[in-house]
Write a protein that binds this ligand. Sequence first.
Ligand SMILES: O=P(O)(O)OC[C@H]1O[C@H](O[C@H]2O[C@H](CO)[C@@H](O)[C@H](O)[C@H]2O)[C@H](O)[C@@H](O)[C@@H]1O
Length: 229
Amino acid sequence: MRDAVRGVAQHFPTAIVSGRCRDKVFSFVKLEELYYAGSHGMDIKGPTKVSNHKLSTQADEVLCQPATEFLPVIQEVHEKLTAKMESIPGAMVENNKFCLSVHFRCVEEAEWDALGRDVKAVLDDYPKLCLTKGRKVLEVRPSIEWNKGHALKFLLKSLGYAERVDVFPIYIGDDRTDEDAFKVLQNMGQGIGILVTKFPKETSASYSLREPAEVYSPLYMCIHKYTFI
Ligand SMILES: O=P(O)(O)OC[C@H]1O[C@H](O[C@H]2O[C@H](CO)[C@@H](O)[C@H](O)[C@H]2O)[C@H](O)[C@@H](O)[C@@H]1O
């Protein structure tokens, strides 16, 4: 998959948008020529390697961090949640820098309600944070108007593509939070969203694929169409 993404990035500006923290995503992907939007798009940085599509920024310059003021409070809540979750076997708190994930995939189902109540009890003292639910995970985020859709819009604008009708953005994702980005493309009436899902789901994406391995096809189509036109 890395080679395919590298191939796409040689021809088109390419970004990874994730709920995880940016550093962790980079440690998985290890491609310096990409844009990375971690923390559900609240931490965006451009390529660190010379690429055809790099914006004219200083090396290592962060492009967008709309939730910087929340860093101390997220840190504080991370400590409180980590302490609270110690009594629940299998619970895990992941620090995603501008947001936190409380994973309960490995927690006994009988404990899920209690875990939810404990997380909510901690958040009662932090009205500027909100709680969302993902796949066996509760996510704590700053209550700001910013999600993966905003990150996508930010990237398109920064690249000078916002008003262009000859640009065709493609966004691929498998998470509920990717719907915000699919909606952006749907509202723009431009480009396509591709949802990766084993089961039929309501979605704002235009297409779906059943599993991550199928993502190779659209990526190679991008590379080869570009090469052979
Ligand atoms: O935005 P994404 O890159 O799609 O990330 C969404 C969440 O991914 C991770 O959680 C997912 O994988 C876990 C196993 O590694 C699994 O237990 C969980 O159910 C999945 O949602 C990540 O740990 C979360 O922080 C991300 O929000």
